[in-house]
Design a protein around this ligand. Structure first.
Ligand SMILES: *Cc1c(COP(=O)(O)O)cnc(C)c1O
Length: 223
């Protein structure tokens, strides 16, 4: 089933769009099956789960961190963790960027990062507010061991995916603005938005990276 799901999704995604398989609470065997069907990037929310999966899957895929870093700082900011991840999609503050930068300097790595935008301006959600994004990006761009490669957003959750459109549109607008000011050491390459229910809308608003979990792995296939 996982294989069919992946093939279906890969068939409908335009060629320039990257698929991130969001694998929270999924078994390493399921992740391997998705990789067999063509998944190249695994998204992980929790460091512990990521490490367990990595033991089995290793470098058969790239690993993106899509969780909340400051909630698991102790585990997230370890050298081993940062060595494992190929990208952190959820950087939303100077503090976390600076900590990642510092650790990455120690391991001689430049970590590709995305800046997470709180496009719904929801107080309980992660992400930098749209109006604060440019200043944060300017500041983080001076760090040597993290490299800004684009933006990520979740957006508020709705039953009707059409309601997500304005939030994706606003994030794309910030993406274009940052691209236009052409900051040194900032590459606006990836725009990560859209999940199972919303990726069609996100694609039509310019996403070139989608994070899909349920539509690949099913509803509740817990370990
Ligand atoms: C779980 C998750 C996804 C995938 O959500 P689905 O609705 O299962 O496709 C995408 N991004 C993040 C950050 C997630 O935590």
């Amino acid at each position: 089933m996982i294989k069919e799901n992946v093939r279906k999704i890969l068939n409908e995604l335009p060629e320039h769009v990257e698929l991130v398989a969001a694998a929270k609470e999924k078994k390493p065997e399921d992740i391997l099956e998705a990789i067999d069907a063509g998944v190249k990037i695994i998204g992980e929310n929790y460091v512990g789960e990521a490490k367990n999966a990595y033991k089995v899957v290793g470098n058969k895929a790239l690993w993106h961190f899509i969780g909340i870093p400051h909630k698991q700082k102790h585990d997230f900011l370890r050298k081993k963790t940062l060595e494992m991840f190929d990208m952190v999609e959820t950087i939303d503050s100077w503090e976390i960027a600076e900590s990642v930068d510092q650790k990455c300097r120690e391991i001689g790595k430049v970590m590709p990062i995305l800046i997470e935008i709180n496009s719904g301006r929801e107080p309980q959600k992660s992400g930098v507010l749209p109006e604060a994004a440019e200043a944060l990006i300017r500041k983080i761009s001076r760090l040597q061991n993290v490299k800004i490669m684009g933006l990520m957003t979740m957006g508020p959750r709705f039953g009707n995916p059409e309601e997500s459109r304005p939030y994706f549109r606003e994030t794309k607008k910030i993406f274009e603005q940052i691209k236009k000011i052409d900051l040194p050491d900032v590459e606006m390459k990836y725009l990560s938005m859209g999940m199972t229910n919303t990726y069609h809308v996100a694609l039509s608003e310019g996403a070139n990276m989608v994070r899909i979990g349920t539509k690949i792995f099913g509803e509740k296939a817990k370990c």
